[in-house]
Write a protein that binds this ligand. Structure first.
Ligand code: GRG
Length: 314
C-alpha cells in the first residue's frame, strides 16, 4: 500500500488558493467560503494550518458577511446557510469566533426554521435536511441552540427517515449517504441518536463498500467516490458500526486516488484532483486513524481539539 503524500497535498491546497486565475479557483469562485473550509480544515488535519495568514483569512471571511448576519460564498454574494456554517467553521479553526456578532449570526440561522421544524437554506425557501444539520451544527458551535425549537427540528429530521434505515433530503426522498451524514450528525449533536435503528442503518451504510476497490459509494448501484469516505464513514462511526466495513481496503482506495506527483486527491483513481476530494480523503483517513493526522470529530466535521475547545469550554 502507498503512503499519504502529506507534503504534496499541503502544496496543492496552498497553490489553489494562490493561483486565482487557475481553472480550479475560477470554478470555485461562488463557493469560495466552502473551499476555504475544506482547504483549511485539511491543512489543520495535516498539522500545517500555521502556513496560513490568519488575519488575511479572518478579514476576508468578515467581508463575506451580509447585513442579515448570514455569509455569502464570496465577497458581495448573497447569504446562505451553506456558507454561514463554513464561515463559522473557518473562524473556529483559528479560535476567532469572538470577532463575530454571535447574536446576529445566530438570529439569521434561527430565522430560517419553518413551522414544521425544517430549515430553509436562505430567503428563497428551499428545504433540505442539509440545512437542518447546518443550522444545528452552527448554532451549537455558537452556543445558541436555545434560539430554535430543537424538538421540532429533530422530529422533522425523523420524518425524513426511510424504511431502509437511511435518510433523504425531504420526507419520502431516497436515502443518500450525504443526507444520512446530515441527519445522523444533527441527531448526534442534539443527543437524539436513540431514535436511530443502528443495525438497520449500519447494514445499509456498510453495503456502500465496493468489494473490488474498497471505496464507498453514496447509494446502491453508484460508483465509489472518495467523498463518501467522509459522508458514510462518519455516519458509521456515530452509530458505532464502523467495524462492519473493511478499513484497510478503504485506506488503500483513498491512497490510490492521490496524485503523488502534484498533490491532491480525486474522486476515483486517475481522475483529476480537487480541494473537495482532497479534504474528504484526508478527513476519511483521519477517521480511519491513519498515522500522522489530527483526529476529526465525526459530527462537527472539525478537528477534535477545535470542537473540544468550543463545546467543552461552554
Ligand atoms: C460540514 C461536512 C460538512 C457539511 C455541511 C452541505 C452539507 C452540510 C452536506 C452535504 C451532504 C451531501 C448531500 C453530500 C453529497 C454530495 C454529493 C457527492 C452529491 C452527489 O450526488 P450524485 O447523485 O452522486 O451526483 P452519486 O454518488 O449518488 O452518483
Amino acid at each position: 500500500m502507498g503512503e499519504l503524500a502529506s507534503q504534496k497535498h499541503v502544496q496543492f491546497i496552498v497553490s489553489v488558493e494562490k493561483k486565482k486565475d487557475s481553472f480550479e479557483s475560477v470554478v470555485m469562485e461562488h463557493i469560495r467560503m466552502n473551499g476555504a473550509y475544506w482547504g483549511l480544515t485539511a491543512l489543520d488535519l495535516l498539522g500545517k494550518l500555521h502556513v496560513v495568514d490568519v488575519e488575511e483569512v479572518v478579514s476576508w471571511v468578515l467581508q463575506c458577511q451580509d447585513d442579515s448576519g448570514g455569509f455569502g460564498g464570496n465577497i458581495g454574494h448573497d447569504p446562505h446557510v451553506l456558507y454561514t456554517l463554513s464561515a463559522v467553521q473557518v473562524l473556529a479553526l483559528f479560535d476567532k469566533l469572538d470577532v463575530l456578532d454571535i447574536e446576529k449570526v445566530a438570529s439569521y440561522v434561527a430565522g430560517l426554521q419553518n413551522e414544521d421544524g425544517s430549515f430553509s437554506g436562505d430567503m428563497w425557501g428551499e428545504i433540505d435536511t442539509r440545512f437542518s444539520y447546518i443550522a444545528i451544527s452552527c448554532l451549537s458551535l455558537l452556543h445558541r441552540l436555545d434560539k430554535i425549537n430543537v424538538e421540532k427540528a429533530v422530529n422533522y429530521i425523523l420524518s425524513c427517515k426511510n424504511h431502509d434505515g437511511g435518510f433523504g433530503c425531504t420526507p419520502g426522498a431516497e436515502s443518500h449517504a450525504g443526507q444520512i451524514f446530515c441527519c445522523v450528525g444533527a441527531l448526534a449533536i442534539t443527543g437524539s441518536l436513540h431514535h436511530i435503528d443502528k443495525d438497520l442503518l449500519g447494514w445499509w451504510l456498510c453495503e456502500r463498500q465496493d468489494n473490488k476497490t474498497g471505496g464507498l459509494n453514496g447509494r446502491p448501484e453508484k460508483l465509489p467516490d472518495v467523498c463518501y469516505s467522509w459522508w458514510a464513514l462518519s455516519s458509521l462511526i456515530m452509530i458505532d458500526r464502523v467495524h462492519w466495513i473493511n478499513k484497510d481496503k478503504l485506506i488503500k482506495f483513498i491512497l490510490d486516488c492521490q496524485d503523488i506527483e502534484n498533490g491532491g486527491i480525486s474522486d476515483r483513481p486517475d481522475d483529476a484532483v480537487d480541494v473537495y476530494h482532497t479534504y474528504f480523503g484526508v478527513a476519511g483517513l483521519s477517521l480511519l486513524e491513519y498515522p500522522g493526522l489530527k483526529a476529526i470529530d465525526p459530527a462537527y466535521a472539525l478537528p477534535v481539539d477545535v470542537v473540544d475547545r468550543i463545546i467543552l469550554d461552554r
